[in-house]
Design a protein around this ligand. Structure first.
Ligand code: AMP
Ligand code: ZN
Length: 471
């Protein structure tokens, strides 16, 4: 039985969805003003694995990830680039979908966009105002936190502590520093929507309350996001939704630990980030996913090139077996021995690990043990029946491919290689770039040909040079 650590109750709870066979899950997605970074990717990938494991466990999952496509940062950056906010946000939403797919995440069922839900959002704010939980100050509408007695339950803080700890903003319009904007009056030159309070746009928190309710219902199973969203974003979503619908909002709250750099959160504002697309130029999606799955999803994790290179190297253990399986399956050898291997035992261990609050590190260890035993079995037996390889592949597909996404059976898409060190390839790519800059095209071509001879094909694009392994 699956148990999940619930941020709301602060303990592990048995997972019992509201509807016994169907699970509704909402994940706070990106604000599309830039390419997402590998820290964001940690949250997205771990949410993807949570979803896939729940599906593996036999539930149908309806998975929604919102796209914040209107926000201060979008407006500011679009203005800087002298582009229209809408096409600007669309450009980065498209980039998001591309990188999301490259990281081998399963598409969400719904990607609601804030700008496409304005009517629902405005209706909700009106309703909060009617219920006496919102107040309008000259076209800005705020949520009155003092009215909501459960405020602070998710983050585990009480209102008084929060007020004394809050950085008091210079905002004389608010009754209380913790009150947050539901509707922001448009400044001149900003995009706006019409409302009874005048021209403006919604606050970020109400967008998620409106979109989750619209697509998953008033009370749904899982709401997830990075740790930084517990307060105030998710606390505020609860305050809004509970009052609006007069019922609990979410059954299980899941939060992902930060990806850090030198123990500091990777973030756009600190500037200590690598975009997922840059990291993907150097490491395979499987290596990135292996790196994340080797740590507990709730704890912090330090990012480093060495750790990722280590994960890429770790994948080599799968490579030989994947090649062997693909080769054997192309032959279809019958009338041969089928060596004994207790796959059920590994499956049970995999399930036990994942059932324990998604202990992916343990689950990955089970996969490595399994691969080791299979390799030993292959070495010890001659004339193995194809049936054996089919069974092995099926187990790996169901677990390491479909749930964790750390093995790739697709030969065309091979992104890890047996003999070559990724650092070496990167050094060669850098050397070639230098050569090109110095207009030494002969050397640049020589490097490309040498890598080709080693089975590494380079591809140049605007963003730089990527490589892939070719057979
Ligand atoms: P944002 O686009 O900043 O709203 O972030 C999108 C998602 O990534 C949210 O769920 C954040 O909590 C999460 N996130 C942001 N930075 C990190 C990080 N360094 N490590 C893990 N998750 C993060
Ligand atoms: Zn959200």
């Amino acid at each position: 039985m699956l148990s999940i650590y619930n941020t709301l109750s602060k303990k592990k709870e048995l997972f019992e969805p509201i509807n016994p066979r169907e699970v509704k899950m909402y994940v706070c997605g990106p604000t599309v003003y830039d390419y997402f970074h590998i820290g964001n990717a940690r949250s997205f990938i771990m949410a993807d694995i949570v979803r896939r494991y729940i599906e593996y466990s036999g539930y149908k999952v309806t998975y929604a990830m919102n796209i914040t496509d209107i926000d201060d940062k979008i407006i500011k950056k679009a203005n800087e680039e002298q582009s229209n906010y809408k096409s600007f946000a669309e450009k980065y939403a498209n980039a998001f979908f591309e990188d999301y797919a490259k990281l081998k995440m399963k598409r969400a069922d719904i990607y609601p966009k804030a700008t496409e839900h304005m009517e629902d959002i405005i209706e909700m704010i009106e309703s909060l105002e009617k219920k006496g939980y919102a107040y309008n100050v000259d076209g800005n509408v705020f949520y009155d936190v003092s009215k909501f007695k459960e405020y602070g339950n998710l983050s585990g803080k009480n209102i008084d502590d929060l007020i004394s700890g809050a950085r008091i903003e210079i905002n004389e319009e608010k009754k209380n520093p913790l009150d947050f904007a539901l509707w922001k009056k448009a400044k001149s030159g900003e995009p706006y929507w019409d409302s009874k309070w005048g021209k403006g746009r919604p606050g970020w928190h109400i967008e998620c309350s409106a979109m989750s309710c619209k697509h998953l219902g008033e009370y749904f199973d899982i709401h997830a996001g990075g740790n930084d969203l517990i307060f105030p974003h998710h606390e505020n979503e609860i305050a809004q939704s509970v009052v609006l619908n007069d019922k609990p909002f979410v059954k299980y709250w899941l939060h992902f630990g930060f990806l850090n750099i030198e123990n500091e959160k990777m973030s756009k504002s600190l500037g200590n980030f690598f975009t997922a697309r840059d990291v993907l130029k150097r490491y395979s999606a499987e290596a990135i996913r292996l790196f994340f799955t080797q740590a507990y999803y709730r704890g912090p994790l330090n990012f480093s090139d060495e750790l990722l290179a280590g994960a890429e190297k770790g994948l080599e253990k799968f490579e030989n077996l994947v090649d062997k399986i693909n080769l054997e399956l192309s032959k279809n050898q019958t009338n041969r021995v089928i060596p004994e291997i207790d796959i059920k035992q590994y499956e049970d261990k995999f399930i036990a690990a994942m059932d324990d609050d998604f202990n992916t590190a343990q689950a990955v260890a089970v996969i490595f043990d399994f691969v080791k035993e299979v390799n030993r079995t292959i070495a010890e037996n001659e004339n193995i029946n194809t049936e054996f390889y089919k069974k092995v592949k099926l187990f790996l597909e169901r677990t390491a491919v479909d749930v964790l996404g750390i093995i790739n059976f697709d030969v065309e898409d091979k992104s890890a290689n047996k003999d070559l060190d990724v650092n070496f390839i990167r050094q060669m790519i850098d050397k070639r770039k230098d050569a090109k800059e110095k207009k030494d095209y002969a050397l640049a071509d020589k490097i490309r040909d040498e890598l080709k001879a080693l089975g590494v094909e380079l591809k140049d694009s605007k963003e730089g040079t990527t490589y892939k392994f070719v057979k």
